[in-house]
Design a protein around this ligand. Structure first.
Ligand code: ADP
Ligand code: ASP
Ligand code: MG
Length: 439
């Protein structure tokens, strides 16, 4: 059985929902995971913020605006009064629930309950729509099988057990369930973090040993470069899980590495497909590496580079630990790192504590920082035993001033740190030389 996930953009209107209904109706039984309709989770976050700040009026305004949108969706989605009424009844329950927090205690548990309503609405509306079309469909409530363990991680054995039972008890052609939402080990409503519907799909796929997991979104898979900068980019039709993970950090946010980990571990292929162009090939991610190929180039802006130089570093141990502890103290993660015998350069994308970090690093050496930098990442089969790939990337960068180079951290990547203003030039140069494209 396949697991198909449709994101908020794919179910963002009645029209889109009807499109999804057509897409999934191909005669094969499947599990369909839905996000909330686009914009809904953001509105729910806003509502929760108002309640947290004791502003029931602000919450009521946002709830009212959201309810109006859903009233419109319902009027556009159903052909019959019978099903429109069924949907209205569920939505009325949801909106009454959202209003019920006015003047009451509102803590983290209540916040999670509020955030869960988007997926509850989209899946109920969609299930009613399919029923109206005469389809054999069952709504599987994610809150009955999606669980976190006491460490806050998805409890795969629990998920597999409970989902397996539910699938056995209720045979159907189409199963619909909510992405993103779950319960924690105490049984309270929780979620898998923003964008977590992809994670749900991957967990369900792993739990049932799916044949394939499909992530349907509004872009046509991964591209070999940024289409906003480089002309004639092409879709990457096949990529290894590890290569996809390298790219994920670089704004290719189609899939977060954590989200695909369950699929990777269970060796289940993941396919990224475009709801707007359902016949396009998309991107297949699996554990097969195409040897000797460079797959994609990606960039990440607003990076700061910090350099610390110290002759005390020479031949001593513990120096890097002390440096890293300062970053840890300020909850700032380091992305690239390059060392020499007397200096180390690190890049960070979170600069909110940069001043404090630089100040504290001065205990250990001479510190300088370069702002507005950009990481350019080349992804592909970069196994160190292959010859020539890193030099091709280097050669392409010959006219761009490079602040740092990182190679060998994994077998799939070489990264360059350049000035932000040189980013487009670097992306085009790499593309022209690695994929023969030009702008
Ligand atoms: P979905 O709503 O399908 O879950 P995402 O959460 O992945 O979509 O993305 C939200 C928005 O960000 C979408 O409108 C999509 O167009 C955009 N987006 C996603 N991935 C990329 C990417 N690699 N480059 C540019 N934009 C992206
Ligand atoms: N609805 C959630 C969000 O907007 C989860 C998701 O769409 O993946 O973050
Ligand atoms: Mg998403």
């Amino acid at each position: 059985m396949k697991v198909l996930k449709f994101g908020g953009s794919s179910v963002g209107s009645a029209h889109r929902m009807k499109g999804v209904a057509g897409l999934i109706d191909d005669g094969e039984s499947k599990i369909v995971v839905l996000s909330a309709m686009s914009g809904t989770t953001n509105s729910l976050v806003e509502i929760a913020n108002y309640y947290t700040n004791g502003n029931a009026e602000g919450a009521a305004d946002t709830i009212g605006a959201l309810e109006m949108k859903y009233t419109k969706h319902v009027s556009e989605l159903y052909a019959s009064k019978e099903y429109a009424d069924k949907a209205r009844e569920v939505l009325a329950g949801v909106f009454a629930f959202l209003r019920s927090f006015a003047g009451k205690h509102f803590g983290p548990v209540e916040e999670k309950e509020v955030l869960a309503q988007g997926e509850i609405m989209s899946t109920n509306m969609f299930t009613f729509y399919l029923q109206e079309q005469g389809k054999d469909v069952v709504l599987l409530p994610a809150l009955n099988f999606m669980r976190l363990d006491p460490a806050g991680e998805p409890d795969l054995p629990y998920i597999a057990d409970h989902l397996g039972d539910m699938l056995e008890q209720k045979q159907a052609y189409l199963y619909i369930t909510q992405g993103f939402i779950c319960r924690n080990s105490a049984g309270d409503v929780d979620n898998l973090q923003r964008g977590g519907s992809d994670y749900t799909a991957s967990l369900i796929g792993a739990a049932i040993g799916a044949e394939e997991i499909q992530i349907w979104t509004d872009i046509d898979g991964m591209h070999n470069n940024d289409p906003r900068v480089v002309e004639h980019t092409s879709a990457v039709h096949h990529i290894h899980f590890e290569e996809a993970s390298e790219l994920a950090y670089f704004g290719a946010k189609v899939l977060h590495p954590t989200c695909i980990l369950p699929a990777k571990n269970a060796n289940i292929p993941v396919r990224i497909l475009n709801t707007m162009q359902p016949d396009a090939e998309g991107t297949l991610i699996n554990n097969e590496l195409e040897e000797g190929l460079i797959k994609a180039v990606a960039a990440k802006d607003n990076i700061a580079a910090i350099r610390i130089k110290s002759s005390r570093m020479l031949m001593t141990y513990g120096f890097l630990r002390r440096v890293f502890e300062i970053f840890e103290k300020y909850k700032t993660s380091i992305d690239m790192i390059c060392t020499s015998e007397v200096g180390v350069s690190m890049s960070v994308d979170n600069t909110s504590h940069l001043n404090e970090i630089v100040h504290e690093l001065k205990k250990y050496g001479t510190v300088s920082a370069d702002l507005d930098m950009c990481i350019i990442c080349v992804v592909g089969d970069m196994n160190w035993e292959n010859v020539g790939f890193e030099s091709r990337a280097m050669e392409a960068m010959k006219s761009v001033p490079v602040r740092m180079v990182s190679y060998g951290g994994s077998n799939y990547n070489i990264s360059f740190l350049v000035r932000g203003e040189d980013k487009n030039r670097a992306l085009r140069a790499l593309s022209a030389s690695l994929f023969n494209t030009q702008k």
